[in-house]
Every structure is written in C-alpha cells, then in structure tokens.
Ligand binder design. Structure first.
Ligand SMILES: Cc1cc2nc3c(=O)[nH]c(=O)nc-3n(C[C@H](O)[C@H](O)[C@H](O)COP(=O)(O)OP(=O)(O)OC[C@H]3O[C@@H](n4cnc5c(N)ncnc54)[C@H](O)[C@@H]3O)c2cc1C
Ligand code: FES
Length: 512
C-alpha cells in the first residue's frame, strides 16, 4: 500500500511551461491559418505551416501545452495500440499498413525536428516490448506477430523479459520506437514557430468558429475576432461538431504514476502487456543516479468510476510485483484519451466545411497522431498530396466497426436516464468540505461542490455541450461528462472540450 500523501494530480512534465510569455488576445487580427487548441496536435500543425511560410496564430483557452499533452506518458509508438490484428480485422491490411507508416513517419518527424531546431528534449529511439501478461495464454502474441508481418512492421519474437516473474513470458520486440520529454520538445517548437512569425495566445477561449460565404473563417473570442483563410480545430475533442464525430469515439480516463528507480535497474525501453486495458512501463531520465519509472493503465470510460485511489493501489501492486527495484512514488496523475470505433483518429476537412479542418480521436496515441495529423492537415491546407488522408478521413464509414459504435453509443442513452434518478445527497447541507455530489433540485440536478473553506459552488449538472449528466471526479476535483469527454472545474469553468460554455450557476433558496 502506498504512503504517498500528495493527493494532487501532477504529471512528470508539468514543471516545464512551453510558453510562459503567451498573453491573451486583446484585439482583432488576421492571419493565413488560425489553430484552435495548443496541444501537441495544434503546435505541430502550426510548425508544419510556419516552415512553409504561412502566417499562423495559435489560440488556447488555458496554458500552451497545458492540457492532455501535459498528462501524456510519451511513448512514440508506430503500431496500433488497440492491436494491429484488431485493426486489420476492422479496416483491412492496406489501411492498417498505411496507418503504421504514418505513425512511424511521425516518430521520424519528431526526431528530425528536434535535430533541425536543436531542441534538447531527451528524445531517444528505443525498443518496444509487447509481453504476455501473467496468467494469460500467448495467443495475442501469436496474432500480433502475424499481423505485424502482414503490414511489414519490423518485429522479433522472444521469450523472457527483465521483470520479476517474466522469465518465461512470450514477447514481441518492436525496434525503433521512441520517447521524449513532450513539454521540452513543444517549448522548442513554440520558439521555432515564433521565430517564423507565428503568434501564440493563451488564456483565450474560442467561443465560435464560422465559415463565411467567401471561404474565410471567423473565430470569435472575448478579446477579439480572428479572420483567417483556414482554421484547424485541435481542441482534442472538437468544438465545431455536435454529433457527427462524437458518435464515432468515446472518452476513457486513464491513470499514470511515477516511481524513483536506481539508474540501470531496468533497461531503458518501452514495455506493455497484453491485457485490456494494458499496463505499460517506461523511463524518464532523472539525475546522475536515479531515473523515474512511469507506469500506467487502469482505464475506464470517463465518468463511470470515481475510485482513483483503488486504481493507483492496483497499479502500484502490479509494479512492485514485476519491478521490485521501484522505489517511492513521486507523481500520480490521470487524463483522458478518445477511443475511436476503428482505432484511427479523425483528421482532415471538418465534414460540411471547406476551410475548417479538424484533428481528434487520438486513440491513446496522441503524440504520434498529433504529429502525423499535423503533416496531413498542413498538406491539405497547402494543396499538396498526402498518402494517408483516407486512413484518417473524418467522414469515413467503417461498417465492420458497428459493434464498437453500438457499444459506445449506449453511454448517452443510459446517461440521459440518470436525470430521473434521485440525487446522491438529499440536500446541499449534507455536502462535506472538499466534496462534490449531484443533488436533485426540483425537476433538475445540481452539480454541487463545497471547498475546504466551506464555500458552496452550485452549478447545473447538465453539460453545456449537448446536456449529458455530469459525474464528480474526486481525484481531479472536476466534473466529467461521460458522453463526449468534457471536463469542468468545480466552479463550472470548462477545462476540456467539446464544451465551450461554463456550467450555469444555480440560485439556491434556504431550504435547498
Ligand atoms: C495518462 C496518459 C498517458 C498517455 N500516454 C500516451 C503515450 O504514451 N503515447 C501517446 O502517443 N499518447 C499518449 N497519451 C495521449 C496523448 O497524451 C494525447 O492524446 C495528446 O496529448 C492529445 O493532444 P491534443 O493536442 O489533441 O490535445 P490537448 O493537449 O488536450 O490540447 C487541446 C487544447 O485545446 C484547448 N482548447 C479546448 N477548447 C478550447 C476552446 N474553446 N478555445 C481555445 N482552446 C481550447 C485546450 O485548452 C488544450 O490545450 C496519453 C494520455 C494520457 C492522459
Ligand atoms: S461532452 Fe457532449 S454532452 Fe457532455
């Protein structure tokens, strides 16, 4: 059992601020391309366009690279993390091969850019090891070996891994994967974009994105309007789409923690097992004697569990069993990934628009998706050929994915029925300091939070995207929307898209 007393969610990368100088937008502006959302997808897109001479502006409602990108664990993996055999089953060998090529090209691109721009970001090429989970058979290993060969991915079969109890486990080794410090990399990219005239604005929420009849796009924020030739929406979950894309993907919350470990105690490589959800292990360099070992997994659909402590305990027990050299826990955090029904993101022209492009559906591989997507959207905007557009085409249909589609779309149906259920507490007076809960308020529901000083925050429990019923997340101290992945701070401020507006404040009378 962990003695880790720090209850804050804090990742290993957050000590680096990618653009501390980025100020809010305060006037109208014009540019060639406006990019909405400054995570790895948005910043990489800005870079691809800026190096080609486009005038770019990058707008974020929070910090630059401060959202899901700051919560990653930074495995740069070319092969599908939902298993290549599963992807071939849904989309066939040709698309699966080109998916692999595009993701491998993203790792190459990061390597090339950090060299070209002299960014010191701990980038390194490493082997990746997929290993048979304890007490399971080796069928997935056989299937993945077969699948990797079909798409032409380099792979080697082995027995044994340098972890306890793993001497006889079946293993696949995938060469030339990678890892890096994502915020050091993006800080370097921000500087490279600014050197080419790009402008970053943090603390600037985009309220609407409209395409005019003349093909220009107008982006509205509280500080001014931006008129551009094109817009790329890289808000992780798209703010320009109410249903079409959202029905083809689902939000999952995922957990990660770091331990200190003596340098050299385990080989520097990328490891993950065959369970669903899988466990993974990777290293981050520390000082002369100590590294960090990062472990993650324990995913669940967003909003469907509020038991982070139990999940961290399970992750810690798994780690101490396989890696007895892991020392004390140094960081714990969670975040969200968007799983699409056919395992690839949605990247390209937003359905129904000519000048608005979208990037979403990271499928747990948002680092490589972010960089591959940047190359694709930049090529489309610049009118160039790109051999991967159909792999990620946002309007694609995947008939074989219908099972996943039906499974994921049960969530909104079940969710709206929750409005009929009683509240978790009878009255706000029952709410203890530091807690959040749903409380019935006449015909509607309140998302109520009482801070440590006793101040009550009463907000509507209806998500401002399309109205789903929110759930409290006590580890992150926020409200999670199970339908399409919005998060709201305890005071109703939107934290994660697709929601744009804050939760409505609720006036309570004395009887409430
Ligand atoms: C624990 C964890 C481990 C992971 N591990 C890996 C891994 O090993 N490898 C991997 O490839 N991927 C991994 N991922 C996934 C990866 O981190 C994400 O998919 C990726 O960072 C998403 O980047 P993004 O640019 O799409 O989104 P974000 O980084 O979330 O950026 C979107 C930005 O849009 C902004 N925004 C939203 N709405 C608005 C608005 N209305 N106006 C203005 N701005 C707005 C947000 O503030 C945010 O900064 C992991 C994720 C988690 C949570
Ligand atoms: S995110 Fe769509 S309803 Fe909440």
């Amino acid at each position: 059992m962990s003695h880790f007393a720090d209850r804050r969610s804090r990742s290993l990368w957050m000590e680096v601020d990618a653009a501390p100088h980025a100020a809010p937008l305060r006037s109208n502006a014009e540019c060639d391309v406006v990019i909405i959302g400054a995570g790895i997808a948005g910043i990489s897109t800005a870079y691809e366009l800026a190096v080609e001479g486009s005038r770019v502006m990058i707008i974020d409602r929070g910090k630059i690279a401060g959202n899901m990108t700051a919560r990653t664990t930074a495995h740069l993996a070319p092969q599908c993390d939902d298993l290549t055999s599963a992807m071939i089953g849904l989309r066939g060998e040709d698309i699966s091969r080109r998916f692999y090529e595009s993701q491998a090209a993203a790792v190459d691109r990061i390597e090339e850019i950090q060299n070209r721009e002299s960014i010191n970001c701990d980038f390194r090429r490493l082997d990746g090891y997929l290993f048979q989970a304890l007490n399971t058979d080796s069928k997935i290993i056989e299937d993945e070996l077969d699948a990797a060969r079909k798409i032409g991915a380099p792979v080697h079969r082995l027995v044994g891994l340098p972890f306890a109890h793993c001497e006889q486990q079946h293993v696949l080794r995938y060469p030339r994967q990678g890892t890096f410090h994502p915020l050091k990399y993006l800080k370097g990219l921000v500087a490279a974009i600014e050197a080419r005239g790009g402008r970053f604005h943090a603390g600037t929420a985009v309220e609407s994105v409209e395409e005019r009849d003349d093909g220009k796009v107008v982006v509205t924020t509280a500080g001014g309007k931006i008129t551009a030739g094109a817009a790329v929406v890289t808000t992780n979950s798209p703010i320009v789409d109410r249903f079409a894309l959202h029905t083809k993907m689902a939000p999952y919350r995922t957990y990660a923690m770091a331990f200190s470990i003596q340098k050299g105690a385990i080989p520097d490589a990328l490891y993950w097992d065959t369970l669903d959800p899988y466990h993974y292990v990777r290293l981050r360099p520390g000082d002369d004697r100590t590294d960090y070992v990062i472990v993650g997994g324990s995913d669940h659909k967003s909003g469907e569990a509020d038991d982070a402590e139990v999940r961290f305990e399970a992750l810690e027990a798994w780690t101490r069993n396989l890696i007895p050299a892991a020392q004390e826990v140094t960081h714990r955090w969670s975040g969200q990934v968007l799983e699409t029904i056919d395992y690839a993101g949605f990247i390209g022209k937003n359905p129904g628009n000519n000048s608005i492009y979208v990037h979403t559906g990271d499928s747990g591989q948002g680092m490589t998706h972010g960089v591959a997507g940047a190359m694709i959207n930049a090529a489309l905007i610049l009118g160039r050929e790109c051999k991967w557009t159909d792999v990620y085409e946002p309007s694609r249909k995947t008939p074989a994915g219908i099972g996943n589609f039906l499974k994921e779309n049960l969530t909104p149906v079940k969710n709206f029925a929750e409005y009929l259920a009683p509240g978790e507490l009878c009255a706000v007076s029952d709410l203890k300091a530091g807690h959040g809960a749903i409380i019935r308020h006449g015909p509607s529901k309140i998302a109520a939070y009482r801070d440590e000083a006793g101040k009550l925050y009463a907000r509507s429990a209806a998500c401002t995207h399309v109205g789903c019923h929110l759930h409290w997340n006590s580890f992150e101290t926020c409200w999670d929307c199970p339908c399409h992945g919005s998060h709201f701070a305890f005071d109703g401020t939107p934290l994660n898209a697709p929601a744009v507006g804050p939760l409505a404040e609720i006036e309570l009378n004395n009887q409430s």
